[in-house]
Structure formats: C-alpha cells, structure tokens
Write a protein that binds this ligand. Structure first.
Ligand SMILES: C[S@@+](CC[C@H](N)C(=O)[O-])C[C@H]1O[C@@H](n2cnc3c(N)ncnc32)[C@H](O)[C@@H]1O
Length: 298
C-alpha cells in the first residue's frame, strides 16, 4: 500500500460504498468488513459511515489512492483475501497488530487464553519465564507481557516471516524489551530454560490435514498451512508439546494450549498417559465450546 495522503470526494466514496456493500451481500461477505477497511484507510468513523453523513464532505483523505482502495476490495470479493491482510493490520485484545500473508491472523477466540493464564495458579518463584510456542504475529506473547509485568517472555516460531512480524508488533506495542524471539522448532531454541519455565502457552496448528480444504477459502487459500495443519488427527504438534514440556516446566508450571472442538478428550488422555501432569482440565470459550486445555507439571 502506498504511503502518504490521497483524497476522494465524499459523494464519490458514498456511491462506491453502496455498490461495494451490494457486492459484499452477493458474495456472502459481511458488509461490516467494508466499513472496517474504510475506517483503516479513510479518515472516517463508524458513525459517519452508518449515517452516510460523509457523503456531504468535499474531500476525504485516504492512506492509499482511491483506485488502490477499489482494487483491494476487488481482491476481497474475487480472491477471498482476508480483509485484515488487505488492511495490513488487525486488532487483538487491546493491541493493534501488523499482519501480512505468511502469518496467521490472530483470532478473537484466542484472546481468552490470556485470561486463562492470568487465572491459573502460578508457582512461586524468583524468576518468571513464560513461553509462547508458535507465536505467529506475537499476539499471545504480547498479551503475556502485558499481563505479567515482572516476567520474561520467550516467543518461538519456525516461520521467519511470522517472527519478523512478531518483532515488529513488539516494537509497535513498546513491549520489545520484555520479549525474546527465537527462530526454531517448539522448545528446540530454549534448551537454556530447561526446568525454569513458569508457563507454556501455545496455539499450535491443530487442523487435521484432510479437513484443511473444507475450511473457508479465506483461511485455506490465504493463511499459511504451517500455522494450521496438525497432521492426520490434528494432534501432531500437541502430542509433541505434551511429551517435551515436562523437561522445561518448573514444578507446578502451567501447560496451556488452544485446540479444536472435539480434541479435548484425546488431549486429556495424552496428558494423563504422559504421567508428569496434574489437575488437567478442559476449558470452554465464551460460546461454551471446549477450546483450551490447562494442566500443571507435577
Ligand atoms: C495457529 S498459529 C498461532 C499463531 C499465534 N500464536 C496466534 O495465536 O495467533 C501456529 C503457529 O505455529 C507456528 N509453527 C508451526 N510449526 C512450528 C514449529 N515446529 N515450531 C515453532 N512454531 C511452529 C506457525 O508458524 C504459526 O505461527
């Protein structure tokens, strides 16, 4: 997207917005997405969009040219590119985060994992180390940094693209001093933390391979498969995290993941069989769906 300021007349933008809303309805895309994009790109607020009062303004400033805005929306409708990739940003908890193709767009349902971490029983220690494994945009790491002001946060991803965006987000939110980023696979870059980790939080890839193509085109055609695909039963990464975490967690340390609805029972069995976890519990999201598992290192 171009830098700098561009202008369009209110009347022209109003006409285009009406046409584009109609296209959205035909394409079964929420019209709110158009307004969200407009609020990111134009100096418009939700009220002036709702009342269409902006139509009377002589000029409205844009962060890209009007033809560019039109072509972005065309990509939304024709190629099903997620609107957050078009805008280059999303909101998550109280953060405004940079996103780009190559990194998963953090989901609102994942926000709850931070509250679960806050409410978990935290083992007493002098040093608090939290890890976010598979950090993507860095969303969870940032949420942990904001929630645990005296902790050091370690964020890992095997995608260099994701990690570059996560570092940028740490700078944008001024939390960069609190988070160390590592490029590598799960615990592999964290050997120096063996036996010292207070809590592991992860939203790993958990979609069974054969289900990928059944996801909305926005997801499976545009979001990185590395962030989604969890092998035959979706549990490859989770199984690995169950096996490896006890070596890194302190006694009483927190093991917390997000998963797909329907995986809870298997994850609980795997944790019990591993033998180094206690107080294993499935936690529901705000829609009462089983989406998280919390356990503690014995
Ligand atoms: C479901 S996304 C979650 C991203 C972010 N934590 C969030 O909640 O929005 C899973 C992340 O795991 C990363 N990942 C996949 N395999 C990995 C591995 N072996 N080691 C570290 N990260 C991995 C992906 O690159 C992706 O960023």
């Amino acid at each position: 997207m171009s830098q700098g300021f561009f202008y369009v007349s209110g009347e022209e933008l109003l006409l285009w917005r009406r046409e584009s809303s109609a296209q959205a309805i035909t394409a079964k895309i929420a019209t709110q997405e158009l307004d969200w994009l407009l609020q990111e790109i134009a100096d418009l607020d939700a009220l002036s969009l709702r009342l269409e009062s902006f139509g009377e303004r002589e000029k409205i400033s844009l962060t890209c040219s009007f033809p560019e805005l039109k072509s972005l929306w065309k990509r939304r409708i024709q190629e099903r590119v997620p609107v957050q990739y078009l805008a280059g940003m999303t909101t998550w908890r109280n953060f405004k985060l940079k996103v780009a193709p190559g990194v998963l767009i953090p989901r609102p349902e994942t926000e709850l994992i931070i509250e679960i971490a806050q409410q978990a029983t935290i083992p007493k220690s002098l040093d608090y180390h939290w890890v976010d494994l598979g950090t993507g945009t860095g969303a969870i790491a940032l949420g942990l940094a904001a929630s645990f002001p005296s902790a050091t946060i370690h964020a890992v991803d095997s995608s260099a693209t994701a990690l570059a965006i996560a570092k940028k987000n740490a700078q944008l939110t001024k939390l960069q001093e609190r988070i160390t980023f590592y490029h590598g696979s799960w615990w592999q870059p964290l050997s120096h933390l063996a036996g010292q980790v207070t809590g592991m939080v992860s939203n790993p890839p958990y979609i069974p391979t054969q289900e990928l193509a059944t996801l909305q085109p926005e997801v499976w055609q545009h979001e990185p498969h590395l962030a989604l695909e969890g092998g035959n039963d979706g549990l490859d990464a989770i199984r690995h995290l169950i096996e490896t975490a006890p070596q890194y967690l302190v006694t009483g340390g927190i093991w917390l993941i997000e998963m797909m609805v329907g995986q809870g029972e298997n994850v609980v069995s795997l944790l019990s069989e591993q033998g180094n976890y206690r107080d294993i519990q499935i936690i529901r999201d705000l829609s009462q769906r089983e989406r998280f598992v919390l356990a503690y290192r014995t």
